[in-house]
Design a protein around this ligand. Sequence first.
Ligand code: ADP
Ligand code: GN1
Ligand code: MG
Length: 373
Amino acid sequence: MDNGCDRRMEAARAFTVKGQIKECRPYGSGHINNTYLLICQDGEQEHLYILQEMNHEVFKNIEGLMENVKGVTTFLRRQILENHGDPDRETLNLIPTKDGEDYYRDGQGGFWRMYIFIAGATCYNLVEKPEDFYQSGKAFGRFQCLLADFPASELTETIPNFHHTPARFRVFQQAVEEDVRGRASQAEAEIRFIRARENEMGLALRLHQEGKLPLRVSHNDTKLNNIMIDDVTGQALCIIDLDTIMPGFSIFDYGDSIRFGANTAEEDEKDLSKVSLSLPLFDIYTKGFLEGCNGRLTRQEIELLPYGAKMMTLECGMRFLTDYLQGDVYFHISRERHNLDRCRTQLALVADMERKWTQMQAIVEKRNQEGMV
Ligand code: ADP
Ligand code: GN1
Ligand code: MG
């Protein structure tokens, strides 16, 4: 066994699983944590778990992060039970360690947690059926409403300034100047594209400071593959990846979903001619999100939804390029120039949003009017 395999087996043995550990293999396509599927055998029965090594370079305060996860999942579990739902499938459920803790620290400084594996449901990287995207909009909207009653003061800010786009821009500028890997010359057009949009980046924060845009408890990483869709009912079942739940802006939760799910191509597509904003998908998600939010958004928030979509896409493109320039130290990559390819899809999508701007605004207005009758 290689060292990675030894480490994850050691970690798996620290948790209170049912049966004997049979297999533990890499799973999913997240960019941040190391995720494994753990299979345990108990007589005739198999028990499945998700084992995750948390990325403590990205999340500096694992204890605070795990308190958030525990607090939010306990809160959601109560609400699901009140609504006669299935709390083992409709929210994440932590498995305790044999010492009764929520996470395990291995001998090499790694941090691990375990969840019940949610079977019979899928995380998609590309929308296959528009209905799925509608469902995910509704679920993310509802999720934000549910968490509106969660005591925000109990939440740790797991990554300070996570969607502070001007701060991200400063880090990007520094990465271009330092150019530690000598890669900036490969991305001159992209660097110009981002710099040309600098003055748009501070709007949300400015409006917030003026009291016109409320901070809300939000998910902050609402891409399609962070929601599980039930294979049988086709409904959004469970929102996962709760590492970045903290106060943020509703328009950014909405925007990050559009960035990922209303793109006609995958996030790392090399053929940019395939990248565009699908207006039908934009429309259907907007409908779902507004329904899920159930009248809680202010007029200003609704008007800013297209801006949220554009900013999340621009910010993400800028983050991928920053990481490429810094030597791929943040996002997991699986090929050369992966982060540069990802940056290019995001910027191509921003350009397409700019072409479709008035249509995006009209769709939001139409769906909002419908919701008011
Ligand atoms: P990352 O932060 O690296 O994106 P995630 O928490 O999103 O990590 O998990 C990565 C992938 O693992 C998800 O996209 C999903 O496919 C799968 N996954 C995570 N938790 C569960 C779960 N409880 N049940 C089934 N699959 C899961
Ligand atoms: C990361 O963890 P994951 O893969 O769901 C990132 C998001 C980015 C996204 C881009 C904690 O999300 O902010 O938008 O990649 N998460 C973190 O795909 O940085
Ligand atoms: Mg994820």
